[in-house]
Design a protein around this ligand. Structure first.
Ligand SMILES: Nc1ncnc2c1ncn2[C@@H]1O[C@H](COP(=O)(O)OP(=O)(O)O)[C@@H](O)[C@H]1O
Ligand SMILES: [Mg+2]
Length: 440
């Protein structure tokens, strides 16, 4: 434990894990002031820059990798600038989208806005739209929460609803992410009558598709403000689109703080893995009858199964398959292949999946409205009985609410570490959609 003096001409930078108690004086932390007797914590792996507002003393208890340092106030002027700009926004009745590349301070700005809303007595809804680094719900989701207290990080919020979007790679599923955010905005408004909604986003902002996605997002949620945080000039395409293709709100630009330490890819992956295991460990096996609760994006056991002679015929054409099922002019076969493939036989597209294709696939257990109940890992499908064995958290107790499953595009190993992105799940999905939705 350390007791340190604080001075208004310095910044106090705290590295988590650490807990802080103000003994004397006032400290500005992420949009709000803490006075004598108040406490807050900084989580592991996070850095929070705080600003003493007057002379005083604080007590800091830091964990193994935690600590603190004092720097000259002038070394980071964004803290004052951010506060000034964010204080000028009208939060009541507003939806605010926070945008920017990776590691520019989006989560930090979101946190500040949440605190400012809470300070003003507003009921604040928060949505984390980043499926790769989701701080409210599990990775691969877009998640929403309600803020009740001041926070130093979004992970302190209690998840209220999550929507599974199948992978952490936003570029494959941005349409799903977009729809999920729009749904959650609606949910927070109707279910909680929130006064304001703050939306944190992923860092994919470069290229025409990313720009289109982000523009659609601010438009569809009817954002009053789109806050764009920029380090150099990397958000220019996005800023350009937002200012030329008007959507009814205002663009606010902020600089990124000068001293942010950029995390590397491995670090991100490790956090994500911690993310998966956090939601599944310790696991238990859950058996789901897929005839009652189907896989919604791969509707096995809902089609036509082949009798012996048809199966033999199919084997002659497709090779040694162990199972095949057909819906109209598409079919799914399980075969002795190494790689996923699509073969066309007459007018039928046959997707051939390798044996044990399902092992380790991330799967979502969803309720009747499509909200996530739990993440699980598919262990095995028994084709003869139409059942799946799924590893879920042993604390999962909402089995009776499961309406269907949704396959993800990520494969995990036995330690719930990501080992592969399984893109063919997306291919099968689009094959099913394009063959079943009538063409215009
Ligand atoms: N003013 C600052 N100085 C130094 N580091 C900061 C500052 N503000 C935030 N950070 C740290 O920088 C990292 C990235 O910020 P974050 O808000 O998570 O960015 P993003 O959400 O855009 O990836 C975090 O670890 C955060 O604690
Ligand atoms: Mg973030």
């Amino acid at each position: 434990m350390d007791i340190i003096d604080i001075e208004p001409n310095e910044l106090l930078i705290i590295d988590g894990p650490a807990s802080i108690r103000i003994i004397e004086g006032r400290l500005y932390v992420l949009g709000v002031e803490y006075g004598p007797g108040s406490t807050f914590t900084v989580m592991r792996g996070r850095k929070v820059v705080t600003k003493p507002l007057e002379k005083g003393r604080v007590e800091i208890v830091a964990g193994p990798e935690g600590g603190f340092e004092k720097v000259d106030r002038r070394s980071d002027e964004t803290i004052d600038l951010w506060d000034k700009v964010l204080s000028g926004l009208s939060l009541r009745g507003s939806v605010i989208v926070v945008l920017g590349a990776m590691d520019v301070g989006k989560t930090t700005v979101t946190t500040m806005l949440v605190n400012k809303g809470v300070k003003n007595g507003l009921r604040v809804g928060v949505i984390d739209g980043d499926p790769g680094q989701n701080d409210i719900g599990p990775p691969t989701t877009v998640s929403a929460a309600i803020a009740e207290n001041f926070i130093t990080h979004l992970t302190q919020l209690k998840t209220s609803k999550s929507i599974f979007i199948e992978t952490t790679s936003i570029e494959y599923v941005w349409n799903n992410a977009l729809n999920a955010v729009v749904r959650l905005v609606d949910y927070l408004k109707t279910r909680y009558s929130v006064d304001s909604i703050i939306i944190n986003t992923d860092g994919w902002i470069s290229g025409p598709e990313a720009v289109r996605f982000k523009h659609e997002l601010v438009r569809r949620v009817n954002a009053r403000y789109a806050i764009v945080i920029q380090r150099e000039n990397e958000a220019r395409e996005l800023l350009n689109k937002l200012s030329t293709d008007k959507w009814g709100g205002e663009v606010i630009t902020l600089p990124s703080p000068p001293n942010i330490k950029v995390r590397d890819r491995d670090d991100r992956k490790i956090r994500r893995e911690m993310g998966y295991s956090k939601y599944i460990m310790p696991p238990r096996d859950l058996v789901i009858n897929l005839r009652e609760k189907p896989i919604i994006n791969l509707p096995l056991f809902r089609g036509l199964t082949y009798d012996k002679s048809l199966l033999n015929l199919a084997r002659k054409i497709l090779g040694p398959i162990t199972y095949i099922e057909q819906w109209g002019n598409i079919a799914i076969a399980i075969g002795n292949t190494k790689e996923f493939q699509i073969r066309t036989v007459g007018s039928v597209d046959v997707a051939i999946l390798p044996l044990n294709w399902e092992r380790g696939l991330l799967v979502a257990l969803e309720d009747k409205d499509g909200y996530l109940l739990a993440l699980g890992v598919l262990k095995k499908i028994y084709y003869n009985v139409g059942k799946a064995v799924i590893a879920v958290s042993s604390s999962f107790d909402r089995e009776n609410e499961v309406n269907h499953l949704r396959l993800g595009m990520i494969r995990l190993n036995d330690n719930f570490e990501e080992v592969e992105k399984v893109l063919y799940i997306g291919k099968i999905e689009s094959m099913i959609q394009s063959r079943t939705t009538p063409r215009q």
